[in-house]
Write a protein that binds this ligand. Structure first.
Ligand code: SF4
Length: 465
């Protein structure tokens, strides 16, 4: 069967990172395994003509949409248009389908949705649909029927020994896989054992646990090594890897085997993200032996109350300083991940954040504006306090906060997100910047105008785990 996968992304002027998503490539691989022909369309804006041309070219029999919570407005319009003009059945999966199944299934034109992992549930459904059997009872899907919604139980997640399939990167062009620095995303783990209040993984892990199924799994080292080999051969422009997810570096035995399997000339330098509270000196040392060059560590906020009471990171200041020190001792660069405009944030807590990152000695800091992802505990906090402005994800894509809080409005959040790196890099200039912050020239504060002259050597946030 010919299947068109739609993957929405932000407009290029907002975010020009490579489009590659491992979940999509894994679905592609599983579809090919079953003899189907998947194609991919990246959608950055609502464009009926581009969609018509793609559908005319591919002639799909089914449309599958990978939906992250930032793109619900776009997908709502696309699904309605496809169902009314192209008469294609639509299945939606991805994080938003898992955290907001009722809302997603209610989109006009959507026949069914997939909760949690979709790469084997979608092929199962296609097969059942093709032979006309009991497809309405396919595990992992919620489907519309004449009598209402059929909520099937979750499909069991892949077992580690099944995680050997090479993701189908051929769906993407090389430019959609290798970034401008030659870095390629790769995934060694699926799921997570932690419950951070800003992360949608939290909900998926909870659903699996309710069903008595494990959430966090690691791919066999041989499969990982084979994928790295494949990447080296297929993408000569690749210079480094970036391991997606927070749990890859947290198993000493796994890291030890990884270091052995990819040693000598097979080694590729990489960046890894680690759950900050769990990164010990031993793990940092092992990461260094594996070829890791940089570790991304989430600090989130300098306020203990925000980090732990609101976001449940279970992360003390001491653990933060310890994780950064462990990386330094192992010769690894560090990148601190922080957010501003968090629930209960004020200028005082933002300053605490900057000072904590400074004390931790991070080599780099990524500052992003907090967005309350649906289905998360932190979203609930915002909802209960009446802080959701209604501006939604479109605001975030435009660099604005989606919150209206009494102590910090959206304009101030945007300004402090831009100014915070200067507090980390040059704390002596901060009091002067704060004075300039109160003086305005038209709509902009003088701090906005002066800050760029102080230099900006910090990177951009790379998105959700
Ligand atoms: S932020 Fe990272 S550690 Fe926390 S739940 Fe999400 S994936 Fe797990």
């Amino acid at each position: 069967m010919r299947i068109l996968i739609l993957q929405p992304l932000p407009p290029r002027e907002v975010d020009d990172r490579p489009a590659y998503v491992d979940d999509v490539a894994r679905l592609g691989a599983r579809l090919r395994e079953r003899g189907h022909e998947p194609s991919l369309m990246i959608v950055r804006e609502y464009d009926e003509e581009a969609l018509r041309l793609k559908i005319a070219d591919v002639r799909p029999e089914l449309l599958v949409v990978y939906l992250e919570s930032y793109y619900t407005t776009l997908v709502r319009r696309l699904a309605e248009h496809v169902s009314q003009r192209h008469y294609l059945p639509i299945i939606v999966g991805g994080p938003h389908a898992t955290v907001a199944p009722h809302e997603t299934l209610s989109l006009i034109g959507v026949e069914g949705i997939v909760l949690c992992e979709w790469d084997r549930a979608v092929p199962d459904y296609i097969e059942a649909r093709r032979v006309g059997s009991d497809c309405i009872h396919t595990e992992g899907l919620w489907l519309r029927s004449e009598t209402g919604t059929v909520r099937n139980r979750l499909r069991a997640p892949e077992k580690p020994e099944e995680m050997v399939v090479l993701p189908d990167r051929s769906l993407y062009s090389a430019g959609q896989i290798v970034d401008s620095r030659g870095c390629v995303d790769i995934q060694a783990t699926r799921g997570c054992t932690f419950y951070c209040a800003h992360c949608q993984q939290d909900l998926a892990a909870g659903l699996y646990e309710e069903g008595g199924m494990p959430s966090c799994r690691r791919r066999p080292i041989e499969a990982l090594a084979a994928e790295v080999e494949h990447l080296r051969a297929a993408y000569p422009a690749m210079r480094s890897l970036r391991f997606v997810g927070c749990t890859f570096p947290l198993d000493a035995e796994y890291l030890g085997r990884f270091a052995e399997a990819l040693s000598g000339p097979l080694r590729v330098p990489f960046t890894a993200r680690a759950k900050t509270s769990e990164l010990t000196p031993e793990l940092a040392g092992l990461l260094g032996r594996c070829g890791c060059q940089e570790v991304e560590l989430e600090v989130l906020s300098g306020s203990d109350f925000i980090r732990n009471d609101i976001f449940h990171l279970d992360l003390s200041e001491r653990q933060i300083l310890g994780a950064f020190a462990a990386c330094r001792a192992a010769g690894l660069r560090t990148r601190a991940l922080v957010q501003v405009g968090l629930p209960y944030d004020t200028i005082v807590t933002i300053e605490q954040t900057g000072r904590l990152v400074r004390r931790a000695g991070a080599d780099d800091v990524d500052v992003s504006i907090y967005y309350p992802l649906p289905g998360t505990k932190a979203h609930q906090v915002c909802l209960e306090n009446g802080w959701l402005s209604g501006r939604g994800a479109d605001a975030l894509l435009a660099g604005e906060s989606a919150l209206d809080m009494p102590g910090l409005n959206a304009a101030a959040i945007k300004r402090y997100a831009a100014l915070l790196p200067h507090l980390v890099r040059n704390p002596k200039a901060w009091p002067a910047l704060m004075k300039l912050e109160r003086l305005h020239l038209g709509k902009r504060s003088l701090a906005d105008l002066v800050a760029p002259l102080l230099g900006q050597r910090w990177g951009k946030h790379r998105g959700t785990p």
